[in-house]
Ligand binder design. Structure first.
Ligand SMILES: N[C@@H](Cc1c[nH]cn1)C(=O)NCC(=O)O
Length: 436
């Protein structure tokens, strides 16, 4: 019944918009270093790999917190965890504003990663509680995609703020937006149409482990994890760290064109939402096929760019960006598979398991590219186009692993469910010994 709150359409959208704004703010903080690389190198007197360590550490903290955060959301509800999220991310960003050493700045990025890690799963849980079941795939897609607008706010406006207001005021300004978000969420956001706070039952460590094991035992949770692993890392790689240097150094486009291409990446990523949300809601049996098509398109367009003799033409780079933009939205399919494979009281912890996938593959991709670049240009000041091509080609290792696992778990789930069951909104498998 909690999924059919038909009498509250107005409040439903208010809650969703507030949740979406808080998520977009988290994405803003997550991405706010992308345009500040040179300023950060100067301020903390650090090398390129120390600069990359900010992003790596942030992703590591994010990925490692997903399962505890999922359990926290199922136990304490989205409103409470979102309040903690905004407080922690804003404190981290304020600390980053005043940090004057590499060590302090790293500590601040840990807080930013931790607060960010607590946000998205809360908002997905709100969508499940407030929207009718049939609308959940589309609204979840729109949440993930529109939230990326936070990355756009972190591009040009942050460049302007850094240039005109200076480091401390630019980052502090971002942190202060958190106060507005806190007021909005305390006043307007309730966990469900009937409860301000949705509390799960207190559980012992043993019961928590059993609940996680039950989610993990569902083949749909594992399928969702591998869908989320395979689809988004190209987008992360390009959007968070290596996109700009790859386009400028390996493809010889100007800094302005590279910035425009990276803004296009965010814009296209937002644009895929309605199409994928509709496809997933309409053809749930083919969710994994949709994800595999996206991975196939990514692998193909990257092959064209990397094998192109000399610099790829601008049109091909635009195509690359448009296809890479589908990775983030494609990963949302993973959350949908996990949602329909688990009961409502485990939705958030199942989402936490899923979210580990894409942030682990993103982290591995960022590290692999850095490692190959360093190995192929030891001691060199500038990376060569050749080194960049080999570095970007490491993505094929992750795609191969992801596709093998997606095929494996989809075969399993398809042998244990029927098309009718999945079309009816459930891919949950009865795993009790009697049922097998
Ligand atoms: N894949 C993202 C969401 C997304 C949607 N479109 C582009 N990206 C995801 O898993 N998000 C989790 C988060 O915390 O951002």
């Amino acid at each position: 019944m909690s999924n059919e709150p038909g009498s509250v359409p107005g409040r439903r959208y208010t809650v969703w918009v507030v949740g979406l704004l808080v998520y977009a703010l988290a994405v803003f903080h997550r991405s706010s270093l992308a345009v500040a690389g040179l300023a950060a190198t100067d301020r903390f007197d650090i090398s390129a790999s120390q600069l990359a360590s900010f992003t790596v550490l942030q992703l590591l903290v994010y990925a490692s917190m997903q399962i505890p955060v999922g359990l926290m959301v199922d136990r304490f509800g989205s409103r409470t965890v979102l309040t903690a999220a905004v407080t922690v991310v804003s404190t981290g960003q304020a600390a980053f504003a005043f940090a004057d050493s590499y060590a302090l700045a790293l500590g601040a990025r840990v807080l930013v990663g931790a607060g960010d890690a607590m946000t998205f799963i809360c908002v997905l849980r709100l969508v499940t509680s407030w929207f009718p079941r049939r609308q959940v795939p589309l609204v979840s897609q729109l949440t993930g995609n529109l939230g990326q607008l936070g990355a756009l706010a972190a591009a040009a406006p942050m460049t302007w703020a850094l240039g005109h207001l200076g480091w401390t005021r630019a980052y502090l300004g971002g942190a202060l937006v958190g106060l507005v978000a806190l007021v909005l969420l305390r006043v307007l956001l309730h966990d469900t149409p009937t409860q301000a706070h949705l509390r799960g039952v207190p559980m012992t460590a043993r019961a928590l482990a059993a609940s996680l094991a039950a989610s993990w035992a569902q083949p749909g949770t594992r399928l969702g994890l591998w869908v989320h692993f395979s689809t988004p890392f190209s987008t992360t790689l390009m959007g968070l760290l290596w996109g700009f240097p790859f386009l400028v150094t390996a493809e010889h486009v100007s800094a302005g064109t590279a910035s425009a291409l990276l803004s296009l990446l965010v814009a296209t990523s937002v644009g895929y939402g309605p199409l994928l949300g509709w496809l997933v809601g309409r053809h749930p049996w083919h969710r994994s096929t949709t994800a595999l098509v996206i991975v196939g398109a990514l692998a193909t367009v990257w092959a064209l760019v990397l094998l192109w003799p000399g610099d790829a033409p601008l049109l091909l780079l635009v195509l690359l960006i448009v296809v890479v933009g589908a990775g983030g939205p494609g990963s949302m399919i993973g959350f949908d598979v996990a949602r329909t494979s688990n009961p409502d009281h485990r939705t958030a912890s199942a989402s936490g398991i899923i979210n580990v996938g894409g942030f682990t593959s993103g982290l591995l991709a960022v590290l692999a590219v850095g490692a190959v670049l360093d190995a192929l240009t030891p001691g060199a000041q500038d990376y060569t186009p050749e080194a960049f091509r080999w570095a970007m080609a490491t993505q094929y290792v992750l795609w191969t692993l992801g596709v093998v696992q997606v095929l494996r778990y989809r075969r399993r789930i398809r042998s244990l469910t029927t098309r009718e069951q999945v079309a009816g909104g459930s891919s949950m498998v009865d795993l009790t010994p009697d049922a097998r």
